[in-house]
Design a protein around this ligand. Sequence first.
Ligand code: HEM
Length: 130
Amino acid sequence: MKDTDLVFQSYGRCCNSDQFFVDFYDYFMSSSDAIKKRFVNTDMPAQRHLLRNGVMQLILTARGMPDRKLRALGESHNRNHFNINPEWYSLWLDALMKTVRLHDPEYTPKLEKAWRDVLTPGIDLIRGAY
Ligand code: HEM
């Protein structure tokens, strides 16, 4: 099976539980105080919902969908808007991988590599818009 299919199916298993997104933000915020501070005034239930779609956009773009929505995320996260430090994206991906490991019963290191390979071009696009 192609990596993009493996990741698409893995994400389906992860999304079976809303706890996936709770755990993701717990891991992500505990990776840095500066990151935690960015979410003090955020409506987290809404943010978890937005992230569910955001990860789906990364996967769908890797599967060939136009990258228009990722370019919009690049714009909202750039220095003129949320001003997201480009170095934080590797913490973001590490937190996501920790969460996949916890939630996908079919997790393997090979699956983690597929996730990283599939998501990296889209993440680079968002980060590159800084
Ligand atoms: C908002 C996705 C990386 C911080 C959002 C939104 C989405 C999203 C879908 C809401 C839509 C929008 O406002 O444009 C993603 C994806 C990421 C990513 C897919 C990885 C590629 C990061 C990183 C940080 C971050 C590394 C670092 C702290 C924020 C903040 C908001 C936000 C602060 C606004 C929260 C608020 O409204 O209070 N993100 N994001 N994001 N993101 Fe990200």
